[in-house]
Design a protein around this ligand. Structure first.
Ligand SMILES: COC(=O)c1ccc(CCNc2nc3cc4nc(N)[nH]c(=O)c4cc3[nH]2)cc1
Ligand SMILES: [Zn+2]
Length: 372
């Protein structure tokens, strides 16, 4: 098998149950990837991440090229060895992070030049350099360097941005070193415009990739627009290849996107909001810092089997956050990741049994019960 493998095991409507196979193991889909930006899923050991059921992590080219550099990670055995995670890793290519984190950046046909948000040093990222960095990291799934088209964008702006990304996709593919168990994903752009999305899907399919990400979403367009874009983009995408919706999302986003044929997800939501005291539970969300949890001895979610819910009450978690104790962010991060994996596992089972719509509607109905 050169590249990565993908088996489509079952479908239920447009929802898909599949399996991605890589050199570091397989991933059951639909799958959620915890974000491990700087070679760590913040506040979690890799054993803790594995205990939630996660089978693949996301790393970031942008952060790791700045610190400690890709060459240092390679020198120390690659990202798997470096961070003690022996399962698959996907790395984003850096374009999105440059635009959202660095300053003084200039875009050209060649690539993007930017100043580090850490120390102001200048850096140059091209498709070729991004692919080389992800190779040095020993990433199982490499992402093409693209431009995430800002939202909103006029059709002309979106067209020009998407076509640049398609030229960069060709250069990324030419720079990628094919290895069994390692793959390269293209990224569909085109903002909210059906013809541009279709042109991008066709361009990437002609080049040929191991999987196809849907980029340019979760950039402030809102859930309804995101679903509309999925509704007209997904049908044109190759069925025998994984689809990855970048940067998504909240539980209701995941349910709606799985319903529309997405196989893979990543988002900082469960980890970043966990650190600020927001817990995702089956009935909605809980802000543990709210005074009404101070005397409540119930677990965050009675149906959750995570270490936080098994051993601690809301009153204790409330105390930890009020006292700014580091165990607070650790436990809420662990809970959120565990809940996200439970949600994906429940959807995988439902698709396999042909009960997706029934299960998804019930999950969505419970979520609207609000802050509990
Ligand atoms: C507490 O939660 C948060 O702070 C928080 C912040 C941002 C997002 C949204 C992230 N959205 C997003 N990430 C993305 C990453 C991307 N990478 C590439 N290469 N190309 C893209 O086209 C692209 C689009 C994205 N959209 C979600 C949650
Ligand atoms: Zn829990």
């Amino acid at each position: 098998m050169t590249g990565i493998g993908f088996e489509l095991l079952a479908t239920d409507g447009r929802a898909r149950r599949g399996r991605v196979t890589t050199a570091h193991g397989s991933i059951e889909t639909p799958a959620f990837m915890p974000v491990g930006t700087a070679a760590t899923v913040k506040a979690m050991t890799t054993d803790a991440v594995a205990s939630t059921g996660a089978e693949i992590l996301l790393g970031n080219t942008y952060h790791l090229m700045l610190r400690p550099t890709a060459e240092r990670v390679a020198q120390l055995g690659g990202l798997h060895r470096f961070m003690n995670w022996d399962k698959p890793i996907l790395t984003d290519s850096g374009g999105f992070q440059v635009m959202s984190l660095s300053d003084l950046r200039t875009m050209s046909e060649e690539g993007v030049t930017f100043k580090s948000h850490l120390d102001g040093s200048r850096h140059h990222l091209t498709p070729e350099r991004s692919i080389q960095i992800q190779h040095l990291l020993d990433s199982n799934i490499t992402m093409c360097l693209d431009e995430c088209t800002p939202f909103p964008a006029t059709e002309a702006q979106a067209e020009s941005s998407m076509r640049l990304s398609m030229r960069w996709a060709r250069r990324s593919k030419d720079a990628f070193v094919e290895r069994p168990g390692y793959g390269l994903f293209g990224i569909v752009q085109g903002s909210v415009y059906p013809e541009l999305r279709a042109e991008s899907v066709a361009a990437l399919s002609d080049i040929g990739f191991d999987g196809y990400a849907i980029g340019g979403l979760a950039v402030g367009e809102g859930q309804e627009t995101m679903f509309t874009v999925l509704d007209f983009t997904e049908p044109a995408m190759l069925k025998q290849r994984p689809r990855y919706l970048m940067g998504v999302g909240r539980p209701s986003d995941l349910i709606g996107a799985v319903r529309r044929g997405v196989d893979m997800f990543d988002c900082v939501m469960p980890t970043r909001s966990g650190r600020t005291g927001q817990a995702f539970v089956r009935r909605g969300t809980i802000n543990i810092r709210n005074a009404r949890h101070a005397h409540d001895d119930r677990p965050l979610d009675a149906e959750c089997g995570c270490p936080a819910c098994r051993s601690y009450g809301r009153g204790y978690l409330h105390h930890l956050f009020k006292a700014n104790e580091m165990l607070g962010p650790m436990l809420l991060t662990w809970h959120n990741l565990h809940y996200y994996q439970d949600l994906m596992r429940e959807m995988r089972g439902a698709i396999a049994e042909g009960r997706f719509e029934q299960v998804a509607s019930a999950l969505e109905a419970r979520l609207t019960e609000g802050d509990v």
